[in-house]
Ligand binder design. Structure first.
Ligand SMILES: Nc1ncnc2c1ncn2[C@@H]1O[C@H](COP(=O)(O)O)[C@@H](OP(=O)(O)O)[C@H]1O
Ligand SMILES: [Mg+2]
Ligand SMILES: [Mg+2]
Ligand SMILES: [Mg+2]
Length: 358
């Protein structure tokens, strides 16, 4: 009895802080989208776009996590070097202003002023830049670390399509908690023009849930038991991020008739978890690219808690202990338990055909 009540409380504060942080970051990103100007988008060294919203959302989430869990490490996508540069002063001012606007907004239900939020809790520029850089942790196999992807799918965000604010907690290389906020995702997939703004929360051993961004209508998620002829693939919109042609070959191999759904960000994992698409698939386009842990950690626990399976193309679990990237994993495949063996077999077949054609 005693053990059970302890178990049921596992990660409850972590969950509440992560939800609260993702919610604040989602209001920030949504309001920046409405006011976004081109000059607030820059290009990082790897040629990916980063906006004023990516930096300020990371500052907000990291500030809250550091207040609530000062001993925990953070692996965050962004760092402040461009903001600290001479040329970054305009961008820096906007980031500081937006982050403080989000941090000092009124407390909502479930919020706690001890997390560094609420009226009067504005931070100095240095504190906010340091909060962004708290995300510089190198990752590793032991201890607690959070991942932050302040905007996953920045390209989708800029197009006004799907993007997600993503936070996870990893303990000894196992993802224990994932929170994904999708401001542009319809609450009800059967009503694409209905209300938008969905929040997905999963804690290991406690199930996966969807609710609105404000926390209304929480509902447990279970991946339906699809048969092969009902499946469709969920893949990245960006052909530079994932090989659409490889995915097409897997679809033909499986005899799928439904076209793939292209969607930016970890919203794909959310769609899979609620049965709005049958298989998340992601084949590298560039063999030197390594998947980032913050792009997948929340999705892993969400899919597993919704009753699905996720692995690489060799059937190996994704390795979150290898640093900031997934290390030796090749490809990503997530789907329902019943069809997983057939889909993995098809993926392996296409992989071996590809090798024999080289
Ligand atoms: N060449 C590449 N191959 C695979 N993923 C890539 C990539 N370049 C960027 N990405 C990642 O793809 C993520 C978006 O996922 P998706 O393609 O499913 O929408 C990006 O996240 P950010 O937008 O957070 O930078 C980025 O980390
Ligand atoms: Mg990015
Ligand atoms: Mg990302
Ligand atoms: Mg990002």
């Amino acid at each position: 009895m005693f053990t059970r009540s302890i178990m049921s409380l596992a990660f409850s504060t972590e969950k509440q802080v992560a939800i609260s942080a993702v919610r604040r970051a989602c209001s920030l990103t949504a309001s920046v989208f409405n006011r976004l100007v081109k000059s607030e988008t820059s290009t990082k060294d790897d040629k990916s776009p980063v906006t004023v919203a990516d930096y300020s959302a990371q500052a907000v989430i990291s500030t809250m996590l550091a207040h609530a869990f000062p001993a925990d490490s953070i692996v965050g996508e962004e760092d402040s070097s461009d903001l600290r540069a001479e040329s970054g002063s305009d961008l820096r001012s906007r980031v500081i202003e937006l982050a403080n606007e989000a941090l000092t907004a009124d407390l909502a239900l479930g919020d706690n002023a001890e997390w560094g939020i609420g009226p009067g809790q504005a931070k100095s520029p240095e504190q906010l830049l340091d909060a962004i850089d708290r995300g510089n942790f190198a990752g590793g196999r032991h201890g607690r670390m959070w991942t932050i992807d302040p905007i996953d799918g920045t390209k989708g965000f800029l197009r006004g399509e799907q993007y997600a604010v993503c936070v996870s907690l990893i303990v000894d290389a196992q993802v224990q908690l994932g929170v994904i906020g999708c401001p542009n995702l319809p609450v009800d997939p059967s009503k694409p023009d209905g209300d938008k703004g969905s929040l997905f929360v999963a804690v290991r051993g406690q199930g996966a849930h969807q609710m609105t961004l404000s926390g209304a209508d929480p509902a447990p998620l279970t991946i339906p038991t699809f048969s092969l002829d009902e499946l469709n693939l969920l893949e990245s919109v960006e052909s530079a991020h994932a090989s659409h042609s490889f995915h097409d070959n897997v679809a033909s191999n499986l005899g799928l008739t439904k076209p793939p759904t292209r969607m930016d960000s970890q919203a794909k994992y959310c769609a899979l978890a609620r049965g709005d698409g049958g298989v998340y698939i992601r084949m590298l386009t560039n063999s030197s690219y390594r998947e980032k842990i913050w792009d997948h950690a929340p999705g892993v626990v969400l899919v597993e808690e919704a009753g699905g399976v996720i692995s690489d193309f060799r059937g190996q679990p994704l390795d979150f202990g290898a640093g900031r990237t997934l290390g030796e994993n090749l490809g990503i495949l997530a789907t329902g338990k019943k069809v997983y063996p057939s889909v993995l077999e098809a993926v392996k077949k296409v992989l071996s055909e590809q090798k024999s054609n080289v």
